[in-house]
Design a protein around this ligand. Structure first.
Ligand SMILES: Nc1nc2c(ncn2[C@@H]2O[C@H](COP(=O)(O)OP(=O)(O)O)[C@@H](O)[C@H]2O)c(=O)[nH]1
Ligand SMILES: [Mg+2]
Length: 465
């Protein structure tokens, strides 16, 4: 992907809503002169030029020859207010695909250029409207698949993470300031080195690590997990798939080998966005197409975090089931380490005359919907247990790999400062580690930033945000 290069002093335009037939579409503009530029293509240009910030102006976007392009309402923002902190106009037009195209073309004609990914938010950051933890949270809020992941990102957007990082940083800065004062006077004064507050710094280090460790769970909520339904043909896999999705998505039949390829849909399990896969039943394939389907399904099963393994209790366990369960469960039982997916064995069709479920199996009747709530709660706990790291009591989490790495770097530098001080090293050897911890936290919020770093962050945004 080519790296976008951003300039901050021109006027940009982008569609902020999906390009689809809809009641309204929002086209966003921002940058110096953007109000005048829009006015030059607007029917009520003097009303627009005179409009104060945070107001709406109704009128028409006009072609160069004065012809009508669309009837619109303009949201007017004046620097230093609004999302970007620049002069900016949001054009609310009709959600017609050709209409939206014409409005954007006209704005390009009067002097806007097309915005690159994340460019509006980059400008908001550059103009001090938000720090980097909030800016990153913007795209996380948009991309959230479940209510839980959205709320975690919204906490970050509200500044909870920036506040927490700020508190921890000010603790380190206080220690660093004391050290620097001491270093400044060291030359003319042979006074003994000050004692650092080791206990205080140690507690900051623990807080940094605790915050970094929320990343596993935050990413589970952000990125979700793959869950595959597996088992022999006719075990009831497609029936379970449909029941969980509450729709007739996969074909259910008593003909063996009906599902010949995997099917994927997404599902909210305890707030975790789950990609649920129905797979082709495991058996000796009837033909080459089924063999290919079974092979593809095997790869899906291998890459899943969790496998729901269904057994048709009316037939009981056969060698194929035992082989599958043994190869996936024995290693985990012996070592306590999950190799590949965690397997949840399920004893299906208990509405019929069947033997009691073997130990470790969850008895269900997919047909009657019995035991399925229990199955979902087991699946939810398996997913949450599997995500390394903890949750934080006050709901402040980090999801971004960048932020997690910076928290870990700050904690490591702090640990190294503490160790050097304990070992009796002089303060001028302790100071650089403290400074690095402060810098790492400064990079988190963007007080310290480089062009490369910003491009890396914002190029992952969508255009129009
Ligand atoms: N009695 C009973 N039949 C079921 C149950 N679950 C599925 N079936 C039936 O088992 C057959 C195979 O189901 P299907 O979902 O297509 O199995 P798959 O091959 O594993 O995808 C169908 O006739 C289903 O109606 C259940 O809980 N009880
Ligand atoms: Mg099936």
């Amino acid at each position: 992907m080519p790296t976008p290069t951003y300039s901050l002093d021109d006027a940009i335009v982008a569609l902020a809503t999906p390009l689809a037939e809809s009641a309204l579409a929002v086209i966003r503009t921002s940058g110096p002169g953007s109000i005048e530029l829009v006015a030059s293509a607007f029917s009520r240009f003097s009303a627009l030029k005179a409009a104060s910030g945070n107001t709406l102006v109704h009128g028409f976007i006009l072609a160069a020859d004065g012809g009508l392009i669309d009837e619109v309402v303009l949201g007017v923002y004046r620097a230093p207010h609004g999302y970007t902190g620049e002069d900016s106009i949001e054009v609310f037009c009709h959600g017609s695909i050709p209409g939206v195209g014409r409005v954007i073309e006209r704005l390009l004609e009067v002097g806007f250029r097309r915005a690159k990914p994340g460019e509006f938010t980059l400008r908001a950051f550059a103009n001090g409207r938000m720090d980097l933890t909030r800016a990153e949270a913007v795209s996380e809020v948009i991309a959230a698949h479940t209510e839980e992941s959205r709320m975690l990102a919204l906490r970050r957007l509200s500044g909870a993470l920036a506040d927490r990082v700020g508190e921890l940083k000010s603790g380190i800065l206080a220690a660093l300031a004391a050290v620097e004062v001491q270093l400044d006077y060291a030359e003319d004064d042979a006074a003994e080195d000050i004692e650092l507050d080791i206990a205080g710094l140690g507690s900051i280090e623990r807080s940094l690590r605790a915050l970094a460790s929320t990343a596993g769970r935050a990413r589970l909520f952000r990125d979700g997990a793959r869950v595959a339904i597996a088992g022999r043909t006719n075990a009831g896999k497609s029936s379970l798939f449909n029941l969980l999705l509450r729709e007739d998505r996969s074909i259910v039949s008593d003909v063996h080998g009906t599902t010949r390829d995997y099917i994927e849909e997404w599902l909210d399990v305890a707030g975790v966005p789950v990609s649920l896969f129905d797979t082709a039943g495991l058996r000796e394939p009837g033909d080459r197409v089924e063999a290919a389907g079974i092979e593809r399904s095997g790869r899906v099963i291998g890459s899943a975090a969790v496998v729901l393994y269904l057994v048709d209790a009316t037939g009981g366990l056969d060698d194929g089931d035992r082989d599958f369960l043994a190869s996936h469960c024995d290693y985990t039982a012996k070592t306590g380490v999950a190799a590949g997916p965690v397997v949840i064995p399920i004893w299906n069709k208990v509405d019929r005359e069947v033997p009691a479920s073997p130990p470790g199996f969850i008895p269900v009747s997919v047909k009657k919907g019995e035991g399925v709530d229990h199955l979902l709660s087991v699946l939810g706990s398996v997913l949450l247990e599997g995500s390394a790291g903890g949750s934080s009591a006050d709901g402040v989490t980090v999801a971004s790999e960048r932020q997690q790495a910076l928290l870990e770097r700050a904690a490591d530098s702090l640990a190294s400062a503490i160790a050097s001080h304990r070992a009796g090293e002089p303060l001028d050897l302790v100071a650089p580690d403290l400074r690095d911890a402060v810098d790492a936290l400064g990079e988190m919020t963007g007080e310290v930033s480089t062009a490369d770093m910003l491009e890396e962050i914002f190029s992952r945004f969508c255009v129009g945000k």
